[in-house]
Design a protein around this ligand. Structure first.
Ligand code: SAT
Ligand code: MN
Length: 581
């Protein structure tokens, strides 16, 4: 396979020459190609076969021990002006970044194959989908891109027709953390990533294209590229509402997207559209529609079991690539909280010793086709996406944020979303468990100045009077002993029900300084081990604590200076005043 599209052919030839790649392989995206790449990696040791009787089509990849997560401190947005990248991004001047990356890529693929991966983010026939081509020397990236995107021939045909695509260049280099950079050039629609094979750093269709580059394009073109799952919730009457929900990495997006209704909720159904990224467009009637640009899940493995997420647990027992989990003596994948089996080897292949560390890396991942999800919605392939009733934001907060509250209107919702803060997780390198500001759960992913992004969000209020309702949830409240106050997982449906009833105008709310909270009796806790006091605690707003929080938020906003939209300042001021009473 090759192409008659000169621009693409010439770019591939230039890169092959610069990197001195030994061979060029154009990926057609076929099953046969996938199989042969798997066989090749089994031969080279890049993949290990797992027990094919109990886990057919499952393989294990062990990464370099220093290459297990996104590297935010090595990720840059290279706009001409530093202010356009904003305080939320690391910035490097484009010319300097190109020089640095050109020197890293020079000769880096000697003896290696250069894979040309044409891919489409979104249903191949969707007007909202966008294409890219990733050039990489990693067959692990090629097989993961096959699962995570619409990859191969059909994408190439669309690219040849449209003559526009995002250029992604990737090499694992020497996997040296000292020679590792993830560079974005939004105005060139290009990405260069060197020195890491980890998902968010190396599968360029995902965070690099579908969030950083796409958010930049979305602002120019009047849509939104967001770090959101998309889920359909069908009530016993057969009516379905679609929600888009933003949470930071490793805060349960995959679990929420494929939630299993608890036994108490017979007749309710959950439909998964996506677990990580949503592209949201407004139609001519002012209704927001979302598509999931991805075709697979790259989910956190530890904690997945038959109780927490039976759908995921069943979905990953075939045709799944595991990265950095442990294995049992029977060669089955093993991870913390799997609740069955015993680890024999840890994620680095050493005999398992709990004194040394967990068997599975806390950010170990599965890559699997979305179609294997028992709650997969066929509408994930619908070109126009699904209509969105509510947008839900959340973070991981031990204290402060109540179980759920609703913003008064769109502008207030933008403030609520801009105020999201969350405890850090293992999905990025750095300290785990410290609260940091993560507006819209987009701190690591917004490809331009956050102040301009907030302004872009605000602008939708002028374009429509039927925008989704905006909510904030917190599943992670703990008591003084560190025990979770809310059971979470499937029981979160009880909160989603309140959200939907609010959208339908069927239930009331109590006004507080920070927004509208449920009357405790409006959240159905029948059959749950959650008493009245706990529910009271989960739905209490402590003005003194919130004044502190708003103080921190005010300081944070100051970092964005005059660029902060006036409408956001007004909302902020309104809440500060309401909290004084
Ligand atoms: O960045 S990844 O997509 O690899 C995972 C995440 O942090 O959400
Ligand atoms: Mn994510």
């Amino acid at each position: 396979m090759t192409t008659n599209f000169n621009e693409l052919r010439e770019w591939v030839a230039d890169v092959a020459e610069h990197t001195q790649a030994a061979r060029v392989h154009w990926c057609d995206g076929s099953e046969a190609e996938y199989e042969s790449l798997i066989q090749q990696m089994l031969g080279s040791g890049d993949l290990l076969e797992l027990n094919q009787e109990t886990y057919p089509g499952c393989y294990l990849h062990r990464s370099s021990p220093t290459d297990v997560a996104r590297v935010e401190h090595l990720t840059f947005v290279c706009t001409e002006s530093e202010a356009d990248a904003g305080p939320n991004n690391n910035w490097m001047a484009p010319a300097e970044a190109h020089q640095l990356m050109d020197s890293l890529f020079a000769g880096c693929m000697q003896g290696r194959t250069l894979y040309v991966i044409p891919y489409c983010m979104g249903p191949i026939a969707s007007p909202y989908a966008r294409c890219g081509v990733e050039l990489t020397d990693s067959p692990y990236v090629a097989v993961n891109m096959k699962i995570m995107t619409r990859m191969g021939k059909a994408a190439l045909e669309r690219i040849e027709r449209e003559k526009k695509f995002v250029r992604g260049l990737h090499s694992i280099g020497e996997l040296d953390p000292e020679r590792r950079y993830i560079m974005h050039f939004p105005s060139e629609l290009s990405i260069m990533s060197f020195g890491s094979g980890y998902g968010g750093n190396a599968l360029l269709g995902k965070k690099c294209h579908a969030l950083r580059i796409a958010s930049y394009q979305a602002r120019q073109e009047g849509w939104l590229a967001e770090h959101m799952l998309i889920v359909g919730i069908e009530n016993p009457r057969g009516e379905t509402h679609y929600l888009a929900c933003a949470f930071p990495s490793a805060c349960g997006k995959t679990n929420l997207a494929m939630l299993i209704p608890p036994e108490s909720h017979a007749g309710w159904k959950i439909w998964t559209l996506g677990d990580d990224i949503a592209w949201i467009h407004m139609d001519d009637n002012g209704q927001m529609h979302a598509i999931n640009p991805e075709a697979g899940y790259f989910g956190v493995v530890p904690g997945t079991n038959a109780k927490t997420n039976r759908n995921a647990y069943e979905m990953i027992n075939k045709n799944t690539i595991f990265t950095n989990v442990g294995v049992t003596a029977d060669n089955e994948p093993w991870w913390e909280d799997k609740k069955t089996g015993t680890p024999a080897f840890d994620w680095q292949g050493r005999p398992y010793d709990p004194e040394v560390g967990p068997a599975a890396h806390p950010n170990s991942r599965f890559t699997v086709s979305a179609k294997q999800n028992p709650s997969y919605s066929e509408l994930a392939d619908a070109p126009d996406g699904v209509p969105i009733s509510a947008i839900v934001f959340g973070g991981r907060r031990r204290e402060l944020a109540p179980l759920v509250y609703q913003a008064r209107d769109w502008a207030h919702g933008v403030l609520v979303a801009a105020s999201v803060a969350s405890e850090t997780t293992a999905a990025a390198t750095g300290k785990v468990g410290v609260v940091r500001r993560d507006p819209f759960a987009m701190q690591p992913f917004c490809g331009y100045n956050f102040a301009d992004y907030w302004n872009h969000w605000m602008s939708f209020a002028e374009r429509s009077d039927s925008l989704p309702e905006i909510f904030h949830v917190n599943w992670f409240r703990q008591d003084a002993d560190g025990k979770f106050l809310w059971p979470g997982f499937g029981e979160n449906l009880r909160v989603l029900r309140w959200i939907i009833e609010r959208c339908e105008g069927r239930v009331g709310a109590q006004e507080t300084a920070i927004g509208q909270l449920p009357h405790p009796s409006d959240i159905d806790v029948s059959g749950l081990d959650v008493d009245r006091d706990t529910m009271g605690e989960l739905l209490t707003v402590r003005n003194a604590q919130w004044r502190e929080e708003l103080g921190a938020m005010g300081e944070y906003l100051q970092g964005y200076g005059d660029r902060v939209p006036a409408a956001l300042r007004t909302e902020y001021q309104r809440i500060v005043e309401a909290l004084e009473n």
